[in-house]
Write a protein that binds this ligand. Structure first.
Ligand code: NAD
Length: 445
């Protein structure tokens, strides 16, 4: 099928490249000319495992990028809106969504054939029907359900493994105003025959996405609250506590061959220095604000956010317990991306940690295997020394704080063993074996 995608960020570009991979003809649209040019050269503007391979295979054939939205709409049958939906401090900001809908609507004015417009961005329940649909109708002077269809198809990809997630989805949620619209979407996903498809209305599709994110955020903040109590009580380590919890039958299933299968959900039941990224924080905040506006406050999720925003401070408190003063203390922040396998710095706990360390007069250095360039743009780069590799990052410091659980950080115990006197390692992800590190501290310990 002929597909256009508005917005070539993480979601838009991965979706476009993967649709090309399964045989569709895709045109990606962005207002950012630089991104468009890079994509057309086969370069990916973001770091995602497998994405560059897909671009190399399909750019110039089944995949191209353009800034000409109108031409893209006229040349396609289905259009996905994959622009950003940030949180403006109070509510979800639908500026980009409205603009994209207006531009698509204007192009649809000149289109004779039936067209389906699908919202892929994460939007609060009701947005597709109550905001996108009327804007499309007004701008196109056409009627939804007659001249064009409107659908909602939330995206569940995880940054870092986005291509893998898209190519092997666990579910496909298809919302639409009517069967005609959802049929087109179902046809588009026909190359994933064994994946459960949930066909529903737009509002439910929107709600599925928020609920999926909110439950993960809630489990993380729950684990952090337990971890913080463990640390306060003393003599109890949250890692051991969670090992006991994970062993329960509903998390770990005994297998007939004597082994066991651990449920992936347990990876959200670990204490750490908080969640970040472009989705969980903003989506939970947007849902809470939406509930408030709808007359249904959401105190549980409100607290999930509050616990999370305080969690990076726990790293500072650990340093305070271990050193007389942070003023002049040489601290290296290990891991800057909000999670491993991505260069995305959005809402990374590393940002408040670096800022607070600088505010307290610490001498701050930093290392991340992938996100150094992105970090220079969001951190006060002139006040942070960016290190070339893990080995050099660990030399001549008083403490290292581990913020992102990159696999390479498992080498820390071996490197630190040869350093005299060894720095304090503050494990913000509890990924190292504490007995292997001479001076070890961590969240929930
Ligand atoms: P992003 O900020 O990386 O990309 C958005 C892109 O849209 C930018 O390149 C921007 O230039 C472009 N854009 C904005 N307005 C435009 C317009 N009018 N015409 C053309 N291009 C326009 O965003 P993202 O991370 O890809 O997220 C997009 C949406 O998907 C958000 O709603 C987000 O919540 C949701 N989502 C994100 C993820 C994720 O892991 N990043 C996962 C699932 C869902």
């Amino acid at each position: 099928m002929k597909v256009s995608i508005i917005g070539t960020g993480y979601v838009g570009l991965v979706t476009g490249a993967c649709f090309a991979e399964v045989g569709h003809d895709v045109v990606c649209v962005d207002v950012d000319r630089d991104k468009v040019d890079r994509i057309n050269r086969g370069e990916t503007p973001i770091y995602e495992v497998g994405l560059e391979d897909l671009l190399r295979r399909h750019v110039g054939k089944r995949l191209r990028a353009t800034t000409d939205l109108r031409a893209a709409i006229l040349a396609s049958e289905v259009t996905f809106i994959a622009v950003g939906t940030p949180f403006d401090g109070e509510h979800i900001d639908l500026t980009y969504i409205r603009q994209a809908a207006r531009d698509i609507g204007a192009a649809l004015r000149d289109k004779r054939e039936y067209h389906v417009v699908v919202v892929k961005s994460t939007v609060v329940p009701g947005t597709t029907d109550d905001v996108v649909r009327p804007v499309l109708e007004e701008a196109s002077a056409k009627r939804a359900g007659v001249d064009f269809g409107v659908g909602m198809n939330p995206e569940f990809l995880t940054e870092g493994v986005a291509v893998g997630d898209f190519m092997e989805p666990d579910r496909i949620v298809i919302g639409g105003i009517d069967e005609r619209a959802t049929d087109v979407l179902a046809q588009l996903y026909a190359s994933f025959p064994n994946v459960p498809v949930i066909r529903t209305n737009n509002k439910t599709a929107e709600m599925v996405k928020y609920t999926s994110n909110a439950v993960l955020a809630a489990l993380i903040s729950f684990s952090n609250e337990i971890g913080n109590l463990c640390a306060q009580l003393g003599g109890v380590d949250v890692v051991d506590v969670m090992r006991g919890v994970h062993a329960a039958r509903y998390f770990t299933t005994p297998l007939k061959d004597g082994g066991s299968a651990v449920a992936p959900i347990t990876s959200f039941l670990y204490a750490g220095c908080g969640f970040g990224g472009s989705c969980l924080p903003k989506d939970v905040k947007a849902l809470v604000a939406h509930g408030e506006a709808a007359g249904q406050p959401m105190p549980l999720l409100d607290t999930v956010i509050k616990i999370n925003s305080r969690q990076p401070q726990k790293i500072i408190e650990i340093l305070e317990r271990n050193f007389a003063s942070l003023d002049g203390l040489r601290v290296c922040v290990l891991g800057l991306a909000f999670k491993p396998d991505t260069d995305d710095m959005r809402e990374s706990p590393a940002i408040p940690i670096v800022r607070e360390l600088l505010a307290r007069g610490a001498v701050v250095s930093a290392f991340d295997p992938v996100a150094m360039e992105a970090a220079r743009r969001v951190l006060p780069a002139e006040r942070v020394r960016f290190m070339e590799n893990l080995q050099s990052a660990l030399q001549e410091i008083d403490a290292a704080v581990l913020v992102t659980s990159w696999e390479i950080f498992r080498e820390i115990p071996d490197i630190v063993r040869k350093i005299e006197p060894p720095p304090l390692i503050v494990d913000g992800r509890r990924m190292l074996e504490k007995r292997l590190v001479a001076r070890y501290a961590g969240i929930g310990l």
